[in-house]
Ligand binder design. Structure first.
Ligand SMILES: NC(=O)c1ccc[n+]([C@@H]2O[C@H](COP(=O)([O-])OP(=O)(O)OC[C@H]3O[C@@H](n4cnc5c(N)ncnc54)[C@H](O)[C@@H]3O)[C@@H](O)[C@H]2O)c1
Ligand SMILES: O=c1ccn([C@@H]2O[C@H](COP(=O)(O)OP(=O)(O)O[C@H]3O[C@H](CO)[C@@H](O)[C@H](O)[C@H]3O)[C@@H](O)[C@H]2O)c(=O)[nH]1
Length: 440
């Protein structure tokens, strides 16, 4: 099938690469000329396991191309995927300017039937706005052409994006138009082996499903983070509690890890946007507001623990920080807990040496004007003369470090672990003062 993907960011590239892998003829379009130039010269702008290989293979096979030509993009696919960003507005609601610009671009250039697929995460009612934008462009051109707008939210996780796209838990299609539904069913047939996992519903239900999924997952995390605090007060261990409740098949183990807060380009923005959608309808989402509040507090916890561990002041102290990405296997630092931790430490007069296996280029870009943070190419070297080691991301390589070497490097053997990587008893036996989340 001929497919155009509008937006060659995280979701656009994964979508384009995975659709071409199954034999579709895919054109990825982006208004960012430097990004397309990079892709056309064999580069891949994001770190995602398996993505570069997939892109290179399908480009070589002639099934995947990149372009900045809006007219060529609109002409290419009968399916036009919109996968552009929906960042938060100043008030927290999703900013639709990129989505509507993409819709208008289709309307300006299309010359035959198109199925326009909203893959971006968009608030309830956006499919109607996309429809109106395309219809408006067609009217301005004085032409009448058929098109259908379908909602097809994306549920991939960064770091496991290819696998999530290739073997999805479900594919959600919001449409009531049989022709469009059949095209989508044919496109996704190789990926969705269990037909019950191809869920067709109204566009509005599909749009809300995406926010509901992310909000539910964020709720589980904040719930556990709040209980972790209670565990600290009461002498319970949040890890034991996680195992105790996760073994109930109605609850399950996923997304119950307490830590230094959820980040990334999705949970914080989508929780905010859903709260905003509800308030636009005169409804207050009280549970979700608490989820956000708990998460905001959680991101400040590591600096608070560091301050308490170092006698009540951070001024003049130096810290090693392991982990900058918002989670492992990505270089993405959007809304990462590390950013709040760094901000808190610097604000109180401390300095930081940070290490991350893949996010250091991104961090150097973010902190290019900041003298009080430096970077080390080795986790051990980052610990040199630090008053404590802080851990913000659970990269695999942090799980079994050389504790003796860490102790030699640190000024004081203090570890403040925002991801509960080590056994508190074992690490204390090694001579460390160890602070984690919700454990003793
Ligand atoms: N990143 C994720 O893990 C993830 C997962 C599921 C859903 N989503 C959602 O998917 C959407 C895209 O997210 P992302 O992380 O890929 O964003 P991104 O910021 O990585 O990429 C967006 C791309 O769209 C391009 N763009 C903007 N306007 C354009 C236009 N008019 N025409 C062509 N290209 C245009 C930008 O130049 C950019 O390259 C968002 O709504 C996001 O919430 C993201
Ligand atoms: O038990 C847990 C699980 C996750 N996290 C944190 O939650 C954040 C988000 O993690 P994750 O969901 O794995 O990453 P994303 O790539 O942001 O993926 C989420 O957001 C995407 C964009 O909408 C969705 O498509 C995915 O289904 C959804 O999982 C990260 O900071 C994690 O450290 C925890 O603190 N505890």
């Amino acid at each position: 099938m001929k497919v155009t993907v509008i937006g060659s960011g995280y979701v656009g590239l994964v979508t384009g690469a995975c659709l071409s892998e199954m034999g579709n003829d895919v054109l990825c379009f982006d208004v960012d000329h430097s990004k397309i130039a990079l892709l056309n010269s064999g580069g891949v702008p994001i770190h995602e396991p398996g993505l570069a290989e997939l892109i290179h293979r399908n480009v070589a096979a002639g099934r995947l191309r990149f372009s900045t030509e809006a007219a060529a993009a609109a002409a290419h696919g009968v399916l036009q995927f919109i996968a552009v960003g929906t960042p938060p507005d100043e008030d927290g609601s999703a900013d639709l300017k990129y989505v509507l610009a993409a819709a208008r671009s289709i309307g300006q250039h299309m010359s035959e039937y198109k199925v326009v697929v909203d893959k971006s995460t968009v608030p309830v009612g956006t499919a109607d706005k996309v429809s109106a934008a395309i219809a408006d462009e067609l009217a301005q051109r004085g032409v009448e052409l058929p098109f259908t707008v379908v909602s097809n939210p994306e549920f991939l996780k960064e770091g496991a994006a290819i696998e999530d796209f290739m073997s999805p838990d479900r594919v959600v299609i919001g449409s009531e138009e049989p022709r469009a539904i059949e095209l989508m069913r044919a496109l996704y047939a190789p990926y969705v082996r269990n037909h019950e996992r191809f869920l067709v519903m109204s566009t509005r239900s599909a749009e809300l499903t995406k926010y509901a999924a992310n909000s539910m997952l964020a709720t589980r995390i904040s719930f556990m983070n709040e209980l972790a605090e209670l565990a600290e007060h009461t002498g319970a261990d949040i890890e034991s509690v996680r195992l105790g409740i996760g073994s109930d098949s109605r609850i399950g183990y996923s997304f119950l890890y307490a830590g230094c807060g959820y980040g990334g380009s999705c949970f914080p923005k989508d929780v905010k946007a859903l709260i905003k959608t509800a308030s636009g309808h005169g409804q207050s989402l009280r549970v979700l507001s608490a989820v956000e509040e708990v998460n905001n507090r959680q991101k400040h916890l590591l600096a608070k623990k560091a301050k308490a561990a170092l006698g009540g002041t951070l001024s003049g102290k130096h810290f090693a920080l392991w982990g900058l990405a918002f989670k492992p296997n990505t270089d993405d630092m959007r809304e990462a807990a590390s950013r709040e931790i760094i901000a808190d430490l610097l604000a109180e007069g401390a300095t930081v040496t940070a290490y991350d296996p893949v996010a250091m280029d991104e961090a150097r870009r973010i902190y290019q004007d900041e003298q009080r943070i430096s970077f080390s190419n080795h986790p051990l070297a980052a610990c040199q003369d630090a008053d404590a080691l802080l851990i913000a991301t659970e990269w695999k390589e942090f799980r079994n470090p050389d504790f003796d070497a860490i102790k030699d490097k640190l000024r004081q053997p203090i570890i403040i672990d925002g991801r509960n990587l080590y056994s508190p008893a074992a690490i204390r036996q090694q001579g460390f003062t160890y602070h984690s989340i919700g454990r003793h």
